[in-house]
Structure formats: structure tokens, C-alpha cells
Design a protein around this ligand. Structure first.
Ligand code: KG4
Ligand code: ZN
Length: 338
């Protein structure tokens, strides 16, 4: 029984990534992060597509080389069909289709949001995977979503953001404080040194398990304007307390919704993914919930939290096993619900 090797391609936003998997095992996971967006303080879609065009071939070559696999050994190509930026998705989709056609092997389309959740099933000797059913929470610069996961391909979105993603809330707040993009990790860093209750910010009232972060950004803006009128040095003098307070408010919102989801479903296994899962505050709060509320929480290795092709590859493998292939008429989808 020859080994099955799957090449996976991810290009939904600003990271060009390729990975090779053998079963549930990752042999390589190469990510080219586009530095060009830093100077604009956010992702510029047009520039992202261009960078994908430049990066995709070298990234795929690197992934094959690192895995020590020749492209002729590949069993299938998996790619991100959506959701994401159309121009970015088109690059990965067209590339994957062409390569599958050229090699005459099956093509597998993957939903990026499903992949963030199924990343928990990538083999990792240091971590166990959640068992079904569990709650998935994907938190990043582009997503904020709570999903009930009953099986690999049986998922239900319980709630999501109505406006900004949680990572955007971090980044936009950081920008208001004059911090460079992306500011999330810096807020995390300064928050450790500050008082989380120094400046209370209002939490939004949003129904059910949905989220809203745009109001928080506005109240931080007004707060900083008001304070700097009184003291122009306010931000620099109170940086750690502001960061701690902003982070505290965001974490309260996330934890409240998670608690609500647990109450509503009776499910206490929580699997987190997305770049914001790196936040030390959320990690501490989840650990606390394990001890106090009997939750079981799961966070994959950081390289599988942020956008990466390995998570596309694990979905590719699971679909391969079930014979869920797609044909060459497939098109990218900017809006693509779970
Ligand atoms: O998953 P990701 O790398 O990319 C996409 O959003 O597509 O997530 C990036 C987001 C950014 O908003 C960044 O500020 C945030 O994750 N982030 C953090 C931390 N590390 C990354 N936010 C808060 N605390 C962190 N330690
Ligand atoms: Zn993502």
C-alpha cells in the first residue's frame, strides 16, 4: 500500500503557503508572509494577489523539497476555495487546478474556516485532539466564529462577528495608541505589565453568540481623544494600563460568549484556533476555566493557528479518505459559509 502524499495550497489572505502531508502527518509547511502590507497598516488586496503570484511557485518548490517528495509522488492537491479575498483565492485555485491537471491527480477543495477547526487533527506528539462533539472558536485578524463540531464534516456556526474580527479589534486599538501593525502581539506584551481594571470600556450588547467589536474601537477612540486633550502624554504615560484594559475587555467578551455556548450546548471541549490564540491572556483564561469550570481546552501549535497550508492538507487528507474530490470546473468563492 503506497503512501499517500497530499500537497496543500493556501492563499486566501496575505500568506502564501504550501504543505505536504503524509496521512495526518505534516512533512512540510512553508509560509511566505507578505511584509508589503505592514507599511499600509492592513492587507491591501491588490498587492496581496500580486505577491501570491510571485510566491506561489517557490513556496510549492520549497514545500516539496523540505518533504523530500517529488511532485510525481503526489496523490492529490488540496487548495483553499474560500472564504477570503477573491484575487488571492484565484491565484491558489488556478495554480492547484493546473497542477492537478498536469499531474493527472485528484483535486480537493477546502473551506478555510473548516480547515482552521480541523487543524486540531494534525498529528502532534505533544497534543491530543478533541473528541466529537466539541466547540471550535476561530479568532484571528479575519475571523471570529464559534462553531459546534459534531463530526469532521458536520459543523454548525453558532455565532460570528457582525463587524470587525477580534484580531482587528486588537490591531485597530493598537493603531489608535500609535503602535505599529499588527498591534495585537504588542497589546498582549504591554498588557502583562498593566492593570486590566484601570480603564473600563463598555461591552457591546449583541444577541446570541454573535460578536461586535466596532463599538469598542469607537469608545477607545473617544476615550483617548478626551484624555489626550487633558494630557498630551496620556497614551505614553499609561500605555500598559490602556493595553491591559483593552485586552481585558476583549477577553471578557470572548469568554462570556464561550460560556454561553457551553451552557447552550452542554459541550465543554473547546478548541481554539487563529492568530489571536497566541494571546497569553486568552490562554490564561482558558486554563482558569479548565480548573474552575471543568472545561477541556485545545490550542494547536502556533504555526497551525495562523493561516497555513498544513490545515488545508489535513482537510485534504480527510476528504481524500472519503473520496470527496472536486472537478476542474470548480471556482473560488470569496464568501463561503461552513
Ligand atoms: O491568523 P492570523 O495570523 O492572520 C489572519 O488574521 O489572517 O491572525 C493575525 C491576527 C492579527 O490581528 C494579530 O494582531 C493577532 O492575530 N495576534 C494577536 C496576538 N498574536 C497575533 N492578538 C493578540 N495577542 C497576540 N499575542
Ligand atoms: Zn484564517
Amino acid at each position: 500500500n503506497p503512501k499517500k502524499y497530499i500537497l496543500a495550497i493556501e492563499s486566501s489572505c496575505d500568506d502564501t503557503s504550501a504543505a505536504v502531508l503524509c496521512g495526518t502527518k505534516v512533512l512540510s509547511n512553508v509560509v511566505a508572509t507578505q511584509e508589503i502590507h505592514k507599511q499600509y497598516g492592513g492587507v491591501v488586496p491588490e498587492l496581496a494577489s500580486r505577491a501570491h503570484q510571485q510566491n506561489i511557485v517557490p513556496v510549492v518548490h520549497q514545500a516539496l523539497a523540505k518533504a523530500n517528495i517529488d511532485k510525481k509522488q503526489l496523490s492529490a492537491i488540496a487548495f483553499t476555495r474560500g472564504p477570503g479575498l477573491m484575487g488571492s483565492l484565484l491565484v491558489g485555485t488556478s495554480f492547484a487546478k493546473s497542477l492537478a491537471l498536469g499531474l493527472d491527480i485528484p483535486l480537493i477543495e477546502v473551506n478555510h474556516m473548516e480547515a482552521h477547526i480541523l487543524a486540531h487533527f494534525i498529528e502532534d506528539e505533544n497534543q491530543t485532539a478533541p473528541t466529537f462533539p466539541f466547540l471550535g472558536m476561530t479568532i484571528s485578524g479575519g475571523h471570529t466564529q464559534i462553531v459546534k463540531v459534531t463530526d469532521y464534516f458536520s459543523m454548525e456556526v453558532l455565532g460570528e462577528t457582525l463587524d470587525d474580527a477580534v484580531g482587528e479589534a486588537f490591531d485597530k486599538s493598537a493603531k489608535l495608541m500609535g503602535l505599529p501593525y499588527p498591534g495585537g502581539p504588542l497589546i498582549d506584551k504591554y498588557a502583562k505589565l498593566g492593570n486590566p481594571e484601570a480603564f473600563p470600556f463598555p461591552k457591546p450588547k449583541v444577541d446570541w453568540l454573535n460578536f461586535s467589536f466596532s463599538g469598542l474601537k469607537t469608545s477607545i477612540l473617544y476615550f483617548l481623544q478626551r484624555e489626550t486633550r487633558k494630557n498630551p502624554e496620556f497614551v505614553s504615560e499609561h500605555m500598559t494600563d490602556i493595553c491591559a484594559s483593552v485586552q481585558h475587555t476583549i477577553l471578557e467578551i470572548l469568554m462570556e460568549k464561550l460560556q454561553l455556548a457551553v451552557n447552550q450546548t452542554g459541550i465543554k471541549q473547546i478548541a481554539i484556533g487563529g492568530g489571536v490564540a497566541a494571546n497569553s491572556g486568552i490562554r490564561a483564561r482558558l486554563k482558569d476555566a479548565e480548573e474552575k469550570l471543568g472545561w477541556q481546552t485545545f490550542i494547536p501549535k502556533f504555526e497551525y493557528c495562523t493561516d497555513n497550508a498544513a490545515m488545508i492538507g489535513i482537510v485534504g487528507y480527510l476528504k481524500f479518505e472519503k473520496g470527496k474530490f472536486t472537478d476542474q470546473s470548480i471556482a473560488a468563492k470569496a464568501r463561503y459559509a461552513i
